[in-house]
Write a protein that binds this ligand. Structure first.
Ligand SMILES: NC(=O)c1ccc[n+]([C@@H]2O[C@H](COP(=O)([O-])OP(=O)(O)OC[C@H]3O[C@@H](n4cnc5c(N)ncnc54)[C@H](OP(=O)(O)O)[C@@H]3O)[C@@H](O)[C@H]2O)c1
Length: 330
C-alpha cells in the first residue's frame, strides 16, 4: 500500500481509505462478524485511515467502528464529523463540543485524529439544506481548535461541498488542515479544468487550491455512490436510494453516463468500470487518501487490488478528455 502526506498534519495516510458511511453500509447495517473481518483485512492490506461521522446510521457507524477497533486491538487513524442540525446552529461552539463528546463516547476513545465539519459551506446559512455560512464554518473551526487544545482531536477539516466560491474562500482562509472532496470520473472538476458547458458543479480545482494551502485532500464519492459500476443493482447492505453529489440529478442518470466510460474495459485498459474509477482518483497524487464505500468483503478485496495497480495508463487518460468534452456539448 502506498502512503501519502495528509497535508500539513504530519500524518501519513494510506492511498486507499475505508469509508464507513451509510451508502455502502457495511459498518452501519452489516453483521458484526463481517464488520470485524473487513476492518481486520483492511488493516492487514495497509489501510490506516477510516472515515466515519455522527450522522452515518445515527451514530451506528461510529459505535461499530469503535467495537471493531477495540476487538482487534488495532492502531489506526480515525476521522469523524460534526453535522450541525438546524436546532444546533444557534450555538455552534456548544453544539460542536457536544457532538464531538458524543462521537468519542460512541467510538470508545479519548481522541480522534481528525474532526471535520460535515455541513456544506455557502455564502449564506441555509438550514433547510443543512448548509452553513463561511462565518458559521469559522466558528466551528474555532471550536475544533479548543478541542485540539484539550487533546480530544488531532487535526481539523471541512467538507468541500456546497457553493464553489464559498468553499474556495474558506480554503483560502487557511483555517482547516483537510478537505473532503467529491471527485470522480463523472465529475473530475476538483482535480482539473473541465470544458466550457460541463454539466455538473465545477469545483474549480479545489484539490490544487488545497495543496497550495498545505491541506490534505480526502476524496469522496469516487464511485459516484456505486453508479460508476454502470449497474443499477444495489447490494442488500447498501442504502437503496442515494442522492448524487456533484453529478446528475439522479443515480439512474449517473449509471447511464457511467457506461460512456466502458471503452476503458472494451479496449483492455481495465477489467471493470470500478477499477477505472478507483485508479483514476488514486492516480492524482495530490489526493491524500481515496475513500471507497463498501457493502461487503468482496468489494474491499477489489478496492485493495485496484488501488495497488496504481494510476490508469497515460493513453487511457488521454481518451477521457474526449468523454468529458462530449458531456459538455450534449
Ligand atoms: N463528506 C461527505 O459529505 C461524504 C459524502 C459521501 C461519502 N463520504 C465518505 O466517503 C465514503 C465513500 O463514499 P460513498 O460510499 O458515499 O460512495 P462511493 O464510494 O462512491 O460508492 C460506494 C458504493 O460503490 C459500490 N461499490 C463499491 N465497490 C464495488 C465493487 N467492487 N463493485 C460494484 N460496486 C461497488 C457499492 O454499491 P453497492 O453497495 O450497491 O454494491 C457502494 O455502496 C463514505 O463511506 C464516507 O466515509 C463523505
Amino acid at each position: 500500500m502506498e502512503y501519502r502526506q495528509l497535508g500539513r498534519t504530519g500524518l501519513r495516510v494510506s492511498a486507499l481509505g475505508f469509508g464507513c458511511g451509510s451508502v455502502g453500509g457495511l459498518l452501519v447495517r452489516g453483521d458484526h462478524k463481517d464488520m470485524v473481518e473487513a476492518v481486520a483485512r483492511a488493516i492487514e492490506s495497509g489501510i490506516n485511515y477510516f472515515d466515519t461521522a455522527r450522522s452515518y446510521g445515527s451514530g451506528r457507524s461510529e459505535t461499530n467502528l469503535g467495537i471493531a477497533v477495540r476487538e482487534l486491538g488495532a492502531e489506526l487513524l480515525i476521522g469523524t464529523k460534526v453535522d450541525l442540525r438546524t436546532e444546533e446552529m444557534h450555538d455552534i461552539e456548544g453544539s460542536v463540543i457536544a457532538s464531538v463528546e458524543g462521537s468519542l463516547k460512541r467510538l470508545g476513545r479519548d481522541r480522534v485524529d481528525l474532526i471535520q465539519l460535515h455541513n456544506p459551506i455557502a455564502s449564506q446559512r441555509r438550514p433547510e439544506r443543512g448548509w452553513v455560512s463561511v462565518d458559521d464554518a469559522e466558528t466551528a473551526l474555532q471550536a475544533f481548535e479548543k478541542l485540539k487544545a484539550q487533546g480530544k482531536v488531532g487535526h481539523c477539516g471541512i467538507n468541500g461541498l456546497g457553493e464553489t466560491p464559498a468553499i474556495h474562500r474558506f480554503i483560502a482562509a487557511g483555517l482547516a488542515d483537510t478537505t473532503q472532496t467529491a471527485y470522480n470520473l463523472l465529475n473530475p472538476s476538483a482535480g482539473q479544468r473541465v470544458p466550457r458547458g460541463f454539466p455538473f458543479q465545477d469545483y474549480e480545482q479545489l484539490i490544487d487550491r488545497a495543496v497550495e494551502m498545505q491541506m490534505g485532500t480526502i476524496a469522496i464519492r469516487v464511485l459516484a455512490a456505486g453508479a460508476l459500476s454502470g449497474s443499477m443493482a444495489r447490494h442488500r447492505t447498501a442504502a437503496q436510494g442515494v442522492g448524487p453529489i456533484g453529478t446528475s440529478a439522479s443515480y439512474a442518470e449517473d449509471v447511464v453516463l457511467a457506461r460512456r466510460f466502458s471503452f476503458l474495459v472494451d479496449e483492455g485498459y481495465v477489467d471493470s468500470l470500478i477499477e477505472a474509477a478507483i485508479r483514476f482518483v488514486i492516480g492524482n497524487t495530490a489526493v491524500s487518501t481515496t475513500l471507497v464505500g463498501l457493502s461487503n468483503m468482496a468489494q474491499l478485496e477489489l478496492a485493495i487490488s485496484f488501488a495497488n495497480k496504481g494510476p490508469l495508463p497515460a493513453e487511457a487518460l488521454d481518451h477521457l478528455n474526449g468523454i468529458w468534452a462530449n458531456l459538455a456539448t450534449d
